[in-house]
Design a protein around this ligand. Structure first.
Ligand code: ARG
Length: 457
C-alpha cells in the first residue's frame, strides 16, 4: 500500500513490531462503517462516481459477511485492520476500491474507528452496570430492615441496615454511569476529514460523514483530531473508577463470607473448593473482581504513559492505545457479570449480622443523643458521660449496653437525676436514624423506590 518509494521489503521483526492486526481486528465493524460513510460522502460531493460508490458499497457488504462467517484474516504484511479491509475490497471491487482512500488517511480512520468502538463499549458497560444495580435493588428491598453492623476503621461503629449498605453500592454505580455518559458525550466528535494531519484539498463534506456515523459534529482541528487519545484515557479512567468500586464491594463480600464474620454465604455457582481442604468454600469470583481491578488500573496507566511525551500529530506509539482499551473492556465486563451473579445469589445470615451489630457498644451514640434530647446536656458532655458508662459496662465484662441501669448512668453523669433508660436496642437505633439519606428502614425504602424509578427511566 505504500511501496512506491521502497526497493526492499521490511525485516521480519519490523513486520512483527509494526503490525497491529492481531489486536485491531476488533475494529473491523467500525472500519467498514467508516468506509461506507466516507464512500457515500465522496460520491455525494462528486469526488468519486456513483458507479464506484456502488461497487465499493457492495464490496463492503461482501467483506462484512465474509468476516462474520470466517473471521478476520491476519496477515502481518497488511499491518492493520484498515489495510486488511482495503486489500480485500480491491480484490473484490478493483479500480473503484483503489479510489476509496481519497481524502483519507489511516490516521483519521483509526481515530474514528476507535471512537466508534469506545462509544459502543460504553453502551454495553452501561447496560451491564444497570443490571448490577437492578440486582442490588432487589436485595436491598428484601433487606431494607435487616440489621447489620456499620463500620468505621473496620470496627463496629453504629448499627445500619443491609438495605442501606447495598444502596450505598447502588449510588457508587450511579455515579459511574454518569462518568461514562459524560465520556460518551465528549467523545462524539468525528476525526474523519483530518486526513493525515492537515486536512485535505478535496472539497469534502465532513458534516455528511459525521451525520452518517451518528457523530454530533466533525472535530474542529485536524491536528488534534488525529493525535489525541484523551477520549480513550477518559474511558479507561471511568472504567478504572468503576473497577475500584467493584473491588471495594468484592472486598466486603470476601470479608463478610469469612468464618469470623459469617454474615453471608456464597452459592455453589459463585464459589470454589480447595483441592486439599475438603471443607473449604472460597470466594474466588469476588477475589478475582478485586484482582482484575488492579489490571484495569494498569491499563489506564499504560495509555497515559504512552501519550504523555508525544508531540503533535500522529506517532506510531499511539497504535498501542488499543490493547489496554480492549483489555479493560473485557475485564470490566467479566467483573460486572460476576458481581451481578454474586449479588443475586448471596445468602445473608440476618441473625448473625444482628448479633454482631449489637457488639462493641454500637448504640452508645444513641445514648449520648438521648442525654442531649431528654436532659439538655451539651453533646460534648453527653459524649463524656456515655464514655464513662461504656467503661463501666466494659469493666463488668458486658459486650453491649443492655445491662446499664438508670442508677449507673446517674452516677456516670455525676449525680444527674435519671429515672428511666432510653431504648438502646439496635432496632431503636436504626429506626431513629431517619434523617435524609440515613439508615432508617423508612428512608431506605424511599431511596429504593426513587432508585427504581430512576433505573427504569
Ligand atoms: N495501525 C495504525 C494505528 O493503529 C493506524 C495508523 C497508521 N498510520 C500511519 N501513519 N502509519 O495507529
Amino acid at each position: 500500500m505504500w511501496g512506491g518509494r521502497f526497493d526492499g521489503g521490511p525485516a521480519a521483526v519490523m513486520q512483527e513490531i509494526n503490525a497491529s492486526i492481531p489486536f485491531d481486528k476488533r475494529l473491523w465493524r467500525q472500519d467498514i462503517a467508516g468506509s461506507r460513510a466516507h464512500a457515500n460522502m465522496l460520491a455525494s460531493c462528486g469526488i468519486i462516481s456513483e458507479e464506484d460508490k456502488t461497487a465499493i458499497q457492495s464490496g463492503l457488504d461482501q467483506i462484512e459477511s465474509e468476516f462474520e462467517k470466517g473471521g478476520i484474516p491476519e496477515d502481518l504484511a497488511l499491518e492493520d485492520i484498515h489495510m486488511t479491509v482495503e486489500k480485500r475490497l480491491v480484490e473484490i471491487a478493483g479500480e473503484a476500491a483503489r479510489r476509496l482512500h481519497t481524502a483519507r488517511s489511516r490516521n483519521d480512520q483509526v481515530a474514528t474507528d476507535l471512537r466508534l468502538w469506545v462509544r459502543g463499549a460504553i453502551a454495553e458497560i452501561d447496560a451491564a452496570i444497570a443490571d448490577l444495580q437492578s440486582a442490588l435493588l432487589t436485595r436491598a428491598e428484601e433487606h431494607a430492615d435487616s440489621i447489620m453492623p456499620g463500620f468505621t476503621h473496620l470496627q463496629v461503629a453504629q448499627p445500619v441496615t443491609l438495605g442501606h449498605h447495598l444502596m450505598a453500592w447502588f449510588e457508587m454505580l450511579r455515579r459511574d454511569r454518569s462518568r461514562f455518559s459524560d465520556c460518551a458525550a465528549r467523545l462524539n466528535e468525528m476525526p474523519l476529514g483530518a486526513a493525515a494531519l492537515a486536512g485535505t484539498g478535496f472539497a469534502i463534506d465532513r458534516n455528511h460523514t459525521a451525520h452518517a456515523l451518528d457523530f454530533d459534529r466533525p472535530m474542529a482541528n485536524s491536528l488534534d483530531a488525529v493525535s489525541d487519545r484523551d477520549f480513550a484515557i477518559e474511558f479507561l479512567s471511568a472504567t478504572a473508577q468503576l473497577a475500584l468500586h467493584l473491588s471495594r464491594m468484592a472486598e466486603e463480600i470476601v470479608i463478610w463470607a469469612s468464618q469470623p464474620y459469617s454474615f453471608v454465604s456464597l452459592s455453589d455457582e459463585w464459589s470454589t473448593g480447595s483441592s486439599i481442604m475438603p471443607q473449604k468454600r472460597n470466594p474466588d469470583a469476588a477475589e478475582l473482581v478485586r484482582g482484575h481491578s488492579g489490571r484495569i488500573l494498569g491499563c489506564l496507566q499504560a495509555l497515559m504513559t504512552t501519550m504523555k511525551g508525544l508531540p503533535l500529530a500522529y506517532s506510531k506509539d499511539m497504535q498501542n492505545d488499543k490493547p489496554p482499551v480492549f483489555e479493560a473492556f473485557d475485564l470490566i465486563g467479566l467483573c460486572l457479570a460476576a458481581m451481578s451473579g454474586m449479588v443475586a445469589s448471596l445468602s445473608f445470615d440476618r441473625a448473625r449480622m444482628r448479633e454482631v451489630a449489637a457488639d462493641g457498644f454500637s448504640t452508645a451514640t444513641d445514648l449520648a443523643d438521648w442525654l442531649v434530647r431528654e436532659h439538655g446536656l451539651p453533646f460534648r458532655d453527653a459524649h463524656h458521660v456515655t464514655g464513662a458508662a461504656v467503661k463501666l459496662c466494659e469493666e463488668r465484662g458486658d459486650r453491649d449496653l443492655s445491662g446499664l441501669t438508670a442508677e449507673d448512668l446517674s452516677s456516670a453523669a455525676s449525680g444527674l437525676a435519671i429515672a428511666e433508660m432510653p431504648d438502646l436496642s439496635v432496632e431503636g437505633s436504626v429506626n431513629g436514624r431517619s434523617s435524609a439519606g440515613g439508615t432508617a428502614p423508612l428512608r431506605v425504602k424511599e431511596a429504593i423506590a426513587a432508585a427504581r424509578k430512576d433505573l427504569s427511566s
